[in-house]
Design a protein around this ligand. Sequence first.
Ligand SMILES: Cc1ncc(COP(=O)(O)O)c(C=O)c1O
Length: 367
Amino acid sequence: MSRPARATIHLDALRHNLAVARRCAPDARAMAVLKANAYGHGLLPVAHELADQADAFAVSCLEEALPLREAGLSHRIVLLEGFFEAGELPILAARQVDAVIHQPWQIDALEAVDSSHPIDCWIKVDTGMGRLGFAPDEAGEARERLQRLPAVGTIRWMTHLASADEPDSPQTAEQLARFGSLGIPFGSEGEGDTSSAANSAATLRWPQAHADWVRPGILLYGASPFVDPSVHEALRPAMTLSSQLISVKTLPRGHGVGYGGRFVCPEAMPVGIVAMGYGDGYPRHAPDGTPVLVNGIRVPLIGRVSMDMLAVDLRPVPDARVGDSAILWGDNPTAGEIARHCGTISYELFCRLTPRVPRVYRRSSQE
Ligand SMILES: Cc1ncc(COP(=O)(O)O)c(C=O)c1O
């Protein structure tokens, strides 16, 4: 492998983070959210690593579910957006993949399908997210219709919280109250297997939301779901995005750096070029000053990010040389920190990492 850009995935961190979630929600089952290629970390390696700790996996579509079955994983797999067309139903039935049901047409489709392998369904209730789901006053009818169908197996309930990452928002309590008012046997009142509400933020911070199944996503990958960084100390970043300096040179005062000359050298200064760009998924709009770790020292990004390269101000590390390491995110700086510089969230940084970046899987014993 010649180009030095890579994403090292720390398998022990994934395990550690799921263990944190389980400790926070000891009475709930854990559905590890692996959609979008396990948030860019690699669907199958992450699934295999978490197979003995997770009770179920959640993905967004059949295309993400089938590789899990083909890899021999027999866990419950939940399609968070359900099925997109009736033609998928025979595959869901044959491969025993659960569907989230959020629209009446999906119930119509289940009414019309052959019933030899019933499909377990999760009725999605829109308790305030304003995205997928039946309104609370439509949920009972959806259940009645589903209960009559031989094509439907066990029926469970799901909702999604819009503001669990904001500890002071009243919305979570309001959503949970609406979910509770549906009369679903919740937590220990049921058989511990009827309902799910909690994403990562709620798993960590909202015990009232744990219900029977928690659905941690971002926390598995070691990024905080919160803006407040102090609440994610227990998590370990599962990805280190790194590369190397491929050029080091001194530019004179007044020299521009990169397209458009956004950065102008205020003095003669050493400038390093890192083999990492927006073609790898590093955000093109990263502003000057976004931190990059060169030889263990934080240096500021300067100039516009190009497709394959970005520039850094090497004045804090004047002895840096070609071949020296550059860490774009990991333990320091964290993906959350880079995301804040770029006006986004760590989720987006992870998901936008392109296939060009090799994912290298490591255990701490190999590091
Ligand atoms: C329905 C649903 N549940 C759970 C999650 C996991 O959320 P998080 O990554 O914040 O834990 C998501 C992610 O967007 C989701 O859409």
